[in-house]
Design a protein around this ligand. Structure first.
Ligand SMILES: [Zn+2]
Length: 181
């Protein structure tokens, strides 16, 4: 009997949690559909060939993708030394985040996923630029150029982008549409 009550309470808590998650996901979808333009990566690649990236004239990669040891190329995640907040590589190189080699997109340029996302709202544009490093931490490549403003890329595919990237970004942005709608 007691076990049944506990079970049903657990079941109910699970449903409440599931509903909250769905509400956030729905609100997040509304945000993306309403406030982001889908731009083909191939168009960006034609306008800004990879060899012109970060040359100060066109497309600039502000944050995201792969960072590696400048001497041996090992992934930065593997050499991060948490206590000192520095990177210490087995090859002998040691340095700060800023000194790492920023490779950016690994799978394809400008991103593995063929669509880039461009905020249509200038407050989103400003916020994404100001918080580029944080935005990169939830899995985005953050590009910027004079012609379009911020372009977000996802260097991968075949999984749920809402779960992995967009919902964390929605939370990071501090949006609360799921509470008020
Ligand atoms: Zn190294």
């Amino acid at each position: 009997m007691t076990a049944n009550i506990i079970d049903s309470a657990r079941e109910e808590a699970k449903i409440v949690e599931e509903n909250a998650r769905n509400r956030i996901k729905d609100a997040c979808k509304r945000w993306i559909n309403r406030d982001f333009n889908a731009i083909p990566g191939s168009l960006i690649e034609k306008a800004y060939p990879v060899e012109t990236l970060n040359d100060g004239e066109g497309l600039e990669l502000l944050a995201g993708g792969r960072y590696e040891c400048p001497d041996c190329g090992i992934d930065s995640d593997e050499i991060f030394d948490e206590p000192t907040n520095r990177y210490r590589c087995e090859c002998g190189w040691e340095g700060t985040f800023e000194e790492l080699n920023h490779v950016g997109a690994e799978y394809a340029y400008p991103a593995g996923w063929g669509t880039l996302f461009n905020p249509s709202n200038s407050s989103d544009d400003d916020w994404l630029r100001d918080n580029a490093q944080e935005v990169a931490k939830v899995g985005f490549l953050v590009y910027d150029c004079d012609e379009t403003g911020i372009l977000l890329g996802i260097d991968g595919g075949g999984y749920d982008f809402y779960e992995a990237h967009w919902t964390p970004l929605y939370k990071l942005r501090g949006l609360r549409w799921h509470d008020t709608d």
